[in-house]
Structures are given as C-alpha cells and as structure tokens.
Design a protein around this ligand. Structure first.
Ligand SMILES: Cc1cc2nc3c(=O)[nH]c(=O)nc-3n(C[C@H](O)[C@H](O)[C@H](O)COP(=O)(O)OP(=O)(O)OC[C@H]3O[C@@H](n4cnc5c(N)ncnc54)[C@H](O)[C@@H]3O)c2cc1C
Length: 421
C-alpha cells in the first residue's frame, strides 16, 4: 500500500526540523524520517553563532551550556606552534606557543553559544513535534534505510525499509535533509544521471572531534591556556583548523580540513586522523587519551546548487557548510526554512520546477554568502599567515567577527577588503 502525505522529509537534524516546523505551523502534514532514534550522537562541536540563534523559531535556552564573549584566534605562523610537515607533532616535545601571537576578540554581546549536539537536536525535534497548528501534523518515522527513490512529473515516491517491514511513501515534494552522507544526495545524483546540478561530494570537508572532561585536565594546561577559552587554531593542519569549544563540564576538541576551499586535493582531508587529534589534545590540553573520537564529512560545494524538480536538498545534503568557518547549522536551518517558504507559496500540483524555482529564490541570499565564503576560504587557507595578519587590524577583526556571528552581508566585507588593498 502506498501512503500519501503533503511533504516527505528525510532527516530530522537541524535542516529537516527547521522545514518541518514551519510547514506544520502552516497546517501541512509532514512525515519526518530518520534512521536513528533520538537523542542520538552526531559529530559536531555545536558552536551556535548569534545568527543561528536568531534564525531559530524558538529559544533554546534550556540546552545552552555556556555563552562566549571572546574568541581566541591562533596563527598558523605562530613560532611556538609550527605547522608540522608530517601532519603531526613530535609528541615528546610539544612546542611552547607564543601567546603574544594570539588574537583575542572580545565583545559585549555573546558571539557564540555552546551546546551539546545530542541535546540540541533532541530539543529542536521536540519543539518541531509540538509545532503543528491549523490542522497540520509532524509524524516522526524511524527507517532503517531508503531503498529507492523515484521522481515522476507529479510526485516523489520513497521505498523505505522500516522496523515493521518495507513501505512506500508518496508526496508531491521530498526534502533531502539527511546530511553529508545522506542517501537522498547520492540517489538524487544517480537518478539524474549527473544532469541535475546537485552538489558534488568532491567538495566535502572532513572533521574529527572528541570530548575532554574538565576533571581530567592537568592542574596547569600546557602554555598556561585557560580551559574556558573558545579557540580557533590555524596551526595544526593546512586547509583547516583545530578548535577548543568549552561546554558546561567538558571541552569539545577537534580538527577539520576544508580541502576544496584551498583548491587542494582530497589528500588534505586524509591528514585529519586520530593521530593528529591525539597529538593536538596532548599539545593543547596535556591529555594523552581521548574518549569518543568521532568524525564526519562536512557537506560543501553547495554555493553552486540549482534546485530542480520535486526533490529539494537542504543543509549538508545540499553542501551548504560554510567553507571558511566550517559552520553548517545556520545554513541547515536557513535552507530548511527557505524550502518550507517555497512549498507554502506554491501549488504543489503545478509544474515540478515551480517549487524548485521558489526555493532557489529564497535560498539565493545564503548561496551568495557561501559563494563569498568559498572565495575567501581559497584565499585564506592558501596563505593563512597573510589572512591572520589582516585579522590583527582592528577594523578587519571587527568585520570578520561580525560576519561570523551575525552573517553581515558579504558586500560590507568586500568593501572593507577593497579599502585594505
Ligand atoms: C566534527 C564536526 C564539528 C562541527 N562543528 C560545527 C559547529 O560547531 N557549528 C556548526 O554550525 N556546524 C558544525 N558542524 C557542521 C554541522 O554539524 C552540520 O552542518 C549540520 O549538522 C547539518 O545539519 P543537517 O540537518 O543538514 O544534517 P545532519 O545534522 O547531519 O542531520 C541529518 C539527519 O539525517 C539522518 N539520516 C541520515 N541518513 C538517513 C537516511 N538514509 N534516512 C533517514 N534519515 C537519515 C541522520 O540520522 C541525521 O539525524 C560540524 C561538523 C562536524 C563533522
């Protein structure tokens, strides 16, 4: 038997939930599919910028563990923290960082809120399940996998394997919100035989993370660093950065590379290894053992995405992670909301490309920003020392910070850069 519904959404992460929330509030019947049971782990440092908090339809105060008013940027050319030629440090003699080389950016308003991803996602899902108004509904369904995806001129059909057996679901629109490794991204590409411009996984980045409880830190951290610093560190690897994100009872530590942004090959992503993260943890925090190391691709390259037909990709599935910062939750929420807005203003029985065109229209401001980030990332990661020098200039520092925190229109940054040159 085929089950028919207004909208199908594959993936209940930030992108899928943001879309489902707006659709259910407007009275639509949504089926939200996920292959995991919530709460579930998802590799993510869960730094939530001001623009992310603003984009959300509800307060997430109950899951915010800390707010940060200061960012510490550490330089790739910091003589105390050399970029290792081999991708790892000599762990017997961790370098002593020159702290005077750090750039500390302090603000009155919080720059970034810290949450734990498992709790953040579960909270957003619960808000979404309660969102229905005007006769709308959100039904969460656990699937084992998507077996097949068929797009016809009038509808999309999904064959799914569920714990209760196979099922076929049909809707005028499917939102692919199943993340960077998601099946909709892959199946969509296969289905279109390469004709549709779905974002290519060739552009993806990769990041690894782990958690370090404050209780397992040594009495004095190497180089006297403060355990509650929010750190972006451009020393550990080319084409990316290492981070320390302070939570309530632990630090989220990680390393990530955004190779495509620098125009380099995928060899760069291979440098993001457990060994690199372990060395990094020893050098920054003086710990030699890490629990819960997990990693995932970062869906990138979506700045060129042109939505087509009845399958619309959102979030990481559409490759919308910012290639300069690695931030993806904001794009996931904004793209989910853009897809919902497009669906709500179209007659779903009209031409299949009508909704896609409306989605492209609503997505355009985000893609513009990501196009700028793509260019900026290429320039920055090709010569991070130069970019770092620019960050020392107060007005550049302020602008970069505002762009990260608030998503300042890219034109303002371009104007400022032009002044600089
Ligand atoms: C190590 C790391 C650190 C990061 N740190 C940050 C950060 O600090 N701040 C930030 O903004 N971004 C960060 N990101 C990026 C961020 O995690 C992603 O951009 C964001 O999760 C994208 O949201 P999404 O909803 O598109 O996809 P996801 O969050 O990946 O959600 C996809 C959902 O789809 C489900 N799914 C997958 N396959 C299927 C299937 N076949 N059928 C049904 N369901 C399926 C999954 O279970 C999941 O629930 C980080 C990423 C990594 C890897």
């Amino acid at each position: 038997m085929i089950r028919e519904v207004d909208i199908l959404i594959a993936g209940a992460g930030p992108a899928g939930c943001a879309a489902a929330y707006d659709l259910a509030q407007a009275g639509k019947h949504v089926i939200l599919l996920d292959k995991r049971s919530f709460p579930r782990h998802k590799p993510c440092a869960c730094g939530l910028t001001r623009k992310t908090l603003k984009a959300l339809r509800y307060s997430i105060d109950p899951v915010i563990e800390r707010v940060c008013h200061e960012i510490v940027l550490q330089s790739a050319s910091n003589p105390g923290a050399p970029r290792p030629a081999s991708g790892t440090w000599d762990s017997t003699s961790p370098p002593a960082a020159d702290k005077s080389a750090d750039v500390r950016v302090k603000t009155r308003n919080p720059i970034c809120a810290m949450a734990v991803r498992e709790r953040f996602d579960n909270f957003c899902l619960q808000q979404t399940l309660l969102a229905a108004r005007q006769g709308g509904s959100v039904e969460l369904r656990k699937v084992e996998r998507i077996v097949a995806l068929h797009e016809s001129p009038d509808f999309v059909e999904l064959d799914v394997a569920t714990p209760r057996g196979p099922e076929t679901l049909r809707a005028p629109i499917l939102l692919g919100a199943d993340g960077s490794n998601g099946q909709t991204r892959r199946l969509h590409r296969q289905d279109c035989h390469g004709e549709a411009p779905s974002p290519s996984a060739q552009e993806d980045g990769f990041a690894l993370e782990a958690t370090v409880p404050y209780t397992s830190l040594p009495a004095t951290l190497p180089n006297g660093a403060a355990p509650h610093d929010l750190v972006f560190d451009f020393a550990p690897l080319p084409g990316g950065y290492g981070w320390l994100f302070p939570k309530a009872d632990h630090i989220n530590i990680g390393v990530g590379a955004f190779a495509p942004a620098t125009g380099a090959s995928h060899a760069q992503l291979k440098q993001v290894t457990r060994a690199l993260l372990l060395d990094y943890a020893q050098q920054k925090l003086g710990v030699t053992d890490l629990a819960h190391i997990t990693g995932q691709q970062l869906g990138m390259g979506g700045h060129t995405y042109i939505p087509r037909g009845r399958i619309l990709l959102v979030g990481d599935a559409a490759g919308l992670v910012d290639p300069l910062t690695g931030e993806g939750i904001h794009s996931a929420i904004v793209s989910g909301q853009a897809a919902a807005a497009a669906i709500l203003e179209c007659d779903l029985n009209d031409h299949p490309n009508d909704v896609a065109a409306a989605y492209a229209h609503h997505l355009a401001p985000l893609l513009k920003t990501l196009t700028f980030s793509h260019r900026a990332a290429r320039a920055f990661y090709a010569q991070p020392e130069r970019g770092f020098k620019a960050m020392r200039l107060p007005f550049m520092r302020g602008l970069i910070l505002k762009t990260y925190a608030d998503g300042l229109p890219h034109t303002s940054l371009i104007t400022a850069l032009a002044k600089l040159v």
